[in-house]
Write a protein that binds this ligand. Structure first.
Ligand SMILES: Cc1cc2nc3c(=O)[nH]c(=O)nc-3n(C[C@H](O)[C@H](O)[C@H](O)COP(=O)(O)O)c2cc1C
Length: 211
């Protein structure tokens, strides 16, 4: 069982990355072989509408752009489970995550038949979203969570998403313009809730790799 985690945050040690790392630990606890990929280390673009993937002789699911994402997409195609993570930026996933999703998802659909599944295997997916807003406000992003997660249904496996809300954004709030935030409340939330989020991520990784 191969499980790949894709970090769509530019920060390699913060909320999103930590959740993904815990999820990978969960997957490893049931024997999965794992890999962690930081999208912000790679040079690539989103879909450029070349339509290489829509040619009549196209290899199913293959993206014909050649850049740093080429080998990552191949690895994803050969994995049994995919753990995706993105902070919410201006109400959606980060730009790098969006570009990645375009490159992964567009080749996996055909204009001959939208309902057809081109990918012959099955990849289970868990998508972790982290954000500043609290649980109540996160409700307004529900279509965003669902739309991004549903893109991965083309890969035939189970899909689910997990929310880490009201996250800690800075080590030291006093150094930044953070008048909108109550540092003590943020820190207290981080100490009480984030360990639970990490534990939940571990369980998700374990479950998804155990399927
Ligand atoms: C450019 C930018 C835009 C953001 N936009 C939102 C937003 O629209 N809604 C929200 O709840 N949080 C927003 N945030 C906060 C991040 O989603 C949140 O801090 C997240 O947990 C960061 O993930 P990380 O710690 O893994 O980098 C934004 C942060 C940045 C840097």
């Amino acid at each position: 069982m191969k499980v790949i985690a894709i970090n769509g945050s530019p920060r390699k040690k913060w909320n999103t990355a930590q959740l993904l790392q815990q999820a990978l630990k969960g997957a490893e606890s049931v024997g999965a072989e794992t890999e962690f990929i930081n999208l912000y280390d790679l040079k690539y673009r989103g879909c450029i509408s070349c339509f290489g993937c829509k040619r009549k002789d196209a290899v199913p699911c293959k993206c014909y752009i050649k850049d740093d994402l080429t080998s990552v997409l191949e690895k994803v195609h050969n994995a049994e489970a995919l753990l995706l993570g993105s902070p919410i930026y201006f109400g959606d996933v980060t730009g790098q995550m969006r570009c990645f999703l375009e490159r992964l998802s567009f080749p996996a659909m055909t204009y001959d038949d939208y309902g057809k599944q081109l990918y012959s295997g099955q990849i289970n997916v868990a998508f972790f979203f982290t954000m500043n807003v609290d649980d109540e406000y996160a409700g307004m992003y529900k279509p965003v969570f669902e739309n991004n997660t549903n893109l991965l249904k083309k890969f035939g496996g189970m899909t689910e998403y997990y929310l880490a809300t009201d996250t800690l954004q800075f080590d030291d709030y006093s150094k930044f313009q953070t008048g909108q935030f109550d540092e003590n409340a943020k820190r207290q939330r981080h100490e009480e809730q984030f360990p639970k989020d990490l534990q939940n991520a571990f369980e998700i990784g374990k479950r998804i790799a155990g399927k």
